[in-house]
Design a protein around this ligand. Structure first.
Ligand code: ADP
Ligand code: MG
Length: 269
């Protein structure tokens, strides 16, 4: 459904090469997690995918159409949800906002907003304001807003990085519920390997900058998944170790490079 072929991105000006020849695909209704070291180019990759950033090379296609601007079939949730919500609008208004240019009837609009708020467990909070809610609840509002227009793909950039561990696992399960009940494909970037393995059908492991795909790991764990059972499964530990080794490989390369480059006391003396 979503295909990324040989994507390249070099920022103009300083010429930072963020992404090199990245290819992978997302099939309808599946959950793909992208993991990679910080500064690798994950956010850059997502911004290209959403049509928010011009790519330097390669092709992105959604249902056969080239993505050059933000596609209507895609919705995004970013890490900094507190800045993405309008503080002076109620929860309901915030979730309704992106539906406004969709020209739904008033009844359809109310129906969709209600469904989205129920899906994230926020029914009853329609008239609250974002500043009255906890961080985890604000992130739920951001997710409700993204799923209200029922996108084919939900793109998320480290969406749970700034919430506590308990809220984080609740929100992970919320993503699983959304995928299961609405059939939305999810493309989620995280630096948390456990989170990636727990959620994903496949994990795309990226190298350090410029980002290349080190491996795409099929996660063959049964669904429905649950925080206790799935994470206790021996297979879970194997996948986790595999991804960790790939990422460690990246780190070790970096370390040995920095050792090589360290000025030697004896050199030139
Ligand atoms: P990640 O999300 O994996 O941490 P980013 O995609 O944010 O990585 O950044 C990848 C690289 O691109 C970094 O070296 C970063 O400094 C650089 N970069 C990000 N945004 C810009 C920009 N607007 N202009 C120039 N360089 C950028
Ligand atoms: Mg990032």
């Amino acid at each position: 459904m979503l295909t990324v072929s040989k994507l390249n991105k070099t920022y103009p000006g300083g010429g930072v090469e963020a992404i090199r020849d990245v290819s992978f695909e997302v099939r309808a209704g599946e959950i793909i997690c992208i993991v990679g070291p910080s500064g690798a180019g994950k956010t850059t990759l997502l911004r290209c995918l959403c049509g928010l950033l011009e790519r330097s090379g390669g092709v992105i296609e959604l249902d056969g159409d080239v993505v050059d601007s933000p596609p209507a079939k895609m919705a995004a949730v970013f890490q900094d949800y507190s800045r993405s919500l309008m503080p002076w609008f109620s929860v309901e208004r915030n979730v309704t906002l992106p539906l406004k240019n969709k020209r739904f009837s008033k009844a359809e609009e109310t129906e969709r907003v209600g469904r989205a708020l129920r899906a994230v467990g926020l029914d009853g909070f329609e008239s609250s304001y974002p500043w009255q809610l906890s961080g985890g609840m604000q992130q739920r509002v951001a997710i409700a807003r993204a799923i209200a227009y029922e996108p084919e793909v939900l793109v998320m950039d480290e969406p749970f990085a700034s919430v506590d561990a308990q809220t984080r696992s609740d929100l992970e399960d919320l993503v699983l519920d959304v995928q299961e009940s609405l059939g939305t494909a999810v493309l989620l970037v995280t630096h948390d390997i456990d989170e990636a393995v727990y959620l994903a059908d496949r994990v795309v492991v990226l190298s350090s900058r410029p980002s290349r795909v080190l491996d795409v790991v099929d996660i063959d764990l049964p669904r429905p998944r649950d925080q206790v059972g799935t994470k206790a499964a021996p297979q879970f530990a194997e996948y986790r170790a595999h991804v960790l080794k790939l990422i460690r490989g990246v780190r070790d390369q970096r370390q040995s490079r920095s050792v090589e480059n360290r000025p030697s006391k004896n050199r030139g003396m």
